[in-house]
Design a protein. Sequence first.
Length: 225
Amino acid sequence: MKKQKTILCYGDSNTWGFVPGKLDLDTFYMERYARDVRWTGLLQRALGDSCYVVEEGLNGRTTNVDYKDVPNRNGKTYLEPCLYSHSPLDLVILSLGCNDMKIEFNRDAKAIADGLSELVDLIQGTKYGADMQSSPKILIVSYGIPVNECLRDLNNDLIFKGSIEKSKQLSEQYAKVAKKKQCYFLDIAPHITFSGIDGIHLDEGGHKQLAGLITKEVKQILSVA
């Protein structure tokens, strides 16, 4: 029997499975797609027993920056213990950067890519790979999808002002990181759009499309049927 391979999906609300438009800013009630709808769950189904897919999605997670008022969303601070917890790991899928486009962080596409690059460095500096002596393989997923600049927060301030231009540049910057760091790279922008409901989250169709694209990449990377 072949050894089951382990895949860590490290992302934000679109990995968590946030349902577009299902957020009440007064009560913070929100809804999450069922596991068999989320792209991670669909990936697991497609790969079957050959792999074990670990879901590590968190709403609002950034690459490596902290919010002023929301704690524990910095993707860098939690990454190392997360890797250790789920090791040994054959592959880490990084799908972050969308939240970094928020106006409060004042980051351009290059700065966001630099943030992601720090996560790559952290992963490649570990021994949490399949043999527990080397680092896991990395697949960088670049959304690069234009988000809805009209979204506002509780203070009625625009959350993603200027993000359309940033998102157009993000895939190119991520591709540079992947090439420099010798990671696998998947640009989904030409294939997927965000939901028309809130313009920032994947709907059921988007999750299905994303799962299909990532499944194809993972099968090639890990040589699984």
